[in-house]
Design a protein around this ligand. Structure first.
Ligand SMILES: [Ca+2]
Ligand SMILES: [Ca+2]
Ligand SMILES: [Ca+2]
Ligand SMILES: [Ca+2]
Ligand SMILES: [Zn+2]
Length: 584
């Protein structure tokens, strides 16, 4: 009796203490489910707590609904200040429903921090570069995507109230979760004049009728009511300013680019983020994660902007093709040409304002949720195979996807149709794909997705410039006159300034400066073997230059005097270096 009473007491004690102890996230982080916004921020705090020397966590600004947009900087202060190293900027979840980008960003952070000091490649990369990571750009979007009923496609935009139907009321008729299951599914009604009939292969699905066939169903769109009684259903949902169409470079008004907002940087959070990135002059390379389709996109995002300089395209091709290998099935594409035209997106801001290299990854391929055995798969190179690899995965039929749901995740992605009494439509049915389907891979595949995408980022990150400064010659060529030759070399793919940034004079070029003695002449050493030098006319002690990718640039200085001279190299994207030599 006593024993039992004791254990009851113990259980009561546990019961009373348990709720107070909020389970804290620990590192290394887990990637077996998607993080909600609160969990993502808890994960950032856990990383910051576990790696205080290497990380800084700060809010770059606040969203429309007042949520902080958090950025984590990874930098080893022992190897220099952030701005003195090449910067790598990564963000995700600019669209509220495209949540994988947040998880990829967290994985990237977790991977490099956990690997620091263990893995030599990671350690070296962290020591010579600086990572800026903003896992969730559209923080209200991520919050509401999990907290509210949604469809896979809803809740993309910023929470800027807009009167979509111009009736004087704002956001008055959003979709409604009529059956209270947390999903905005689809509504359909029996209708002999409908454009759809039951799919003979799977009675849960519908197929469009062919000319002359009898209809059976009318699709009524997203689950919902006519909340304001204006005769239209779900015509004015929350917001509609697209976080990736309101950036300040090549912005266009909404009649040209829908969702762009009334003016550039309509979103307070996006504006704050843009201003924050402008303080990070070292950002050499940007990677932004969206979904979906399995694409690694480069700009330009509009044909009219003109193709990027050929040397930049060569950098994109090299890194993009490597990305295709690291993430099998993904395709490296040109956004305006292979996808669609956009105005005012973050990519063109990054390339044409920051002067960085930029990729947008559209993560997740429908193909990974197809349902075909090896022998049933289309022949490589066949038209069917091309269709399967279509950028919007239209080649993956609903029939395959529903079998994937049935057999690989036990029906979790699709809700069977159920009758519902609708106040406006009468007897209808509600069913279809759930919120966590279609654009988000099933949770058991998250680890593969986040790892491969993060590794594609790391390959590019390793290819930010890595400049070395070498004095190749100090030679007395006369009384009190010395010839000094220098070599700035870069074994990585990215130059210290993109060719687009050079073409448009976005910011000053790299500088190589000699101090400590009088420089009589100085210039570019075009050919060290045949002594060909292009001397600079004024201030020869200061040279402007760019160190190309996989290349070098050499200079020659004629210096009068004796003793020590210092050569200083300074670059926005290539870091800072100094070397002292003795003239003797
Ligand atoms: Ca309205
Ligand atoms: Ca529902
Ligand atoms: Ca309405
Ligand atoms: Ca509604
Ligand atoms: Zn997107």
């Amino acid at each position: 009796m006593k024993k039992i009473a004791g254990s009851i007491l113990l259980i009561m004690l546990f019961a009373s203490t348990l709720p107070a102890q909020k389970p804290e996230l620990t590192v290394p982080l887990r990637f077996d489910q998607y993080y909600t916004l609160d969990q993502a921020y808890e994960a950032l705090r856990a990383l910051n707590k576990a790696y205080p020397q290497l990380t800084t966590l700060e809010a770059v600004g606040k969203s429309e609904e007042g949520r902080p947009i958090m950025a984590m900087t990874v930098n080893n202060p022992k190897t220099g200040a952030p701005l003195d190293k090449p910067g790598i900027y990564v963000d995700g979840n600019m669209h509220g429903n495209e949540i994988q980008g947040g998880d990829i960003s967290l994985y990237l952070l977790d991977y490099v921090l956990d690997g620091y000091g263990k893995n030599p490649e990671v350690t070296q990369l962290v020591d010579r570069t600086c990572f800026y990571v903003v896992p969730v750009v559209n923080v209200d979007g991520r919050y509401h995507f999990f907290a509210d009923a949604n469809s896979p496609d809803s809740n993309r935009t910023l929470r800027i109230p807009i009167d979509d139907d111009k009736d004087g009321l704002i956001d008055e008729d959003p979709p409604d979760d009529l059956d209270g299951d947390g999903n905005i599914c689809e509504m359909r009604k029996k209708d002999p004049f409908g454009a759809f009939r039951t799919d003979p292969e799977d009675p849960r699905l519908m197929v469009r009728i062919k000319p002359g066939e009898k209809g059976e169903w009318t699709r009524l769109g997203d689950e919902g009511l006519d909340n304001d009684g204006d005769g239209q259903v779900n015509e004015d949902g929350p917001g509609y300013v697209d976080a990736n169409r309101t950036w300040g470079f090549d912005w266009a008004p909404p009649y040209v680019q829908s969702g762009s907002g009334e003016y550039p940087f309509s979103g307070v959070g996006v504006k704050a983020l843009a201003e924050w990135t402008m303080t990070k002059a070292n950002i050499a390379f940007v990677w932004s994660f969206h979904n979906n389709g399995g694409m690694i996109l480069r700009g330009p995002s509009r044909k009219g902007l003109g193709e990027y300089p050929a040397q930049d395209v060569a950098v994109y091709d090299y890194l993009g093709k490597q990305g295709e290998r690291i993430i099998p099935g993904y395709r490296y594409l040109l956004s305006w040409k292979d996808l669609y035209t956009t105005y005012g997106d973050s990519g063109e801001w990054a390339t044409q304002t920051l002067g960085a290299y930029f990729y947008c990854a559209e993560v997740f391929q429908g193909e990974s949720e197809a349902f075909k055995g090896v022998s049933e798969r289309p022949e490589p190179g066949s038209r069917r195979e091309e269709a399967v690899r279509d950028i919007f995965s239209e080649g993956i039929t609903e029939r395959e996807r529903i079998k994937f749901s049935d057999n690989v995740v036990q029906g979790e992605l699709y809700k069977p149709w159920k009758p519902f009494k609708h106040p406006e439509y009468g007897d209808i049915e509600i069913g279809g794909w759930v919120k966590m389907s279609s654009r988000l891979g099933a949770p058991f595949m998250i680890k593969d997705l986040v790892h491969r995408n993060a590794m594609a980022v790391l390959f590019s990150a390793k290819n930010v410039p890595e400049v070395s400064l070498e004095v190749t010659e100090v030679k007395a060529i006369g009384a009190n006159l010395f010839r000094v030759r220098t070599r700035l070399a870069n074994p990585k793919a990215m130059p210290t300034m993109s060719y687009l940034a050079q073409k448009n004079n976005l910011y000053p070029k790299d500088m190589l400066k000699v101090s400590g003695a009088k420089v009589v002449a100085g210039g570019l050493l075009v050919d060290p073997y045949r002594d060909q030098v292009v001397y600079k006319k004024y201030r020869p002690e200061l040279q402007f230059l760019v160190v190309p990718g996989f290349g070098k640039v050499e200079h020659q200085f004629l210096i009068e005097g004796k003793g020590e001279v210092t050569l200083r190299y300074e670059s926005r994207h290539g870091g800072k270096l100094a070397k002292t030599v003795k003239l003797e």
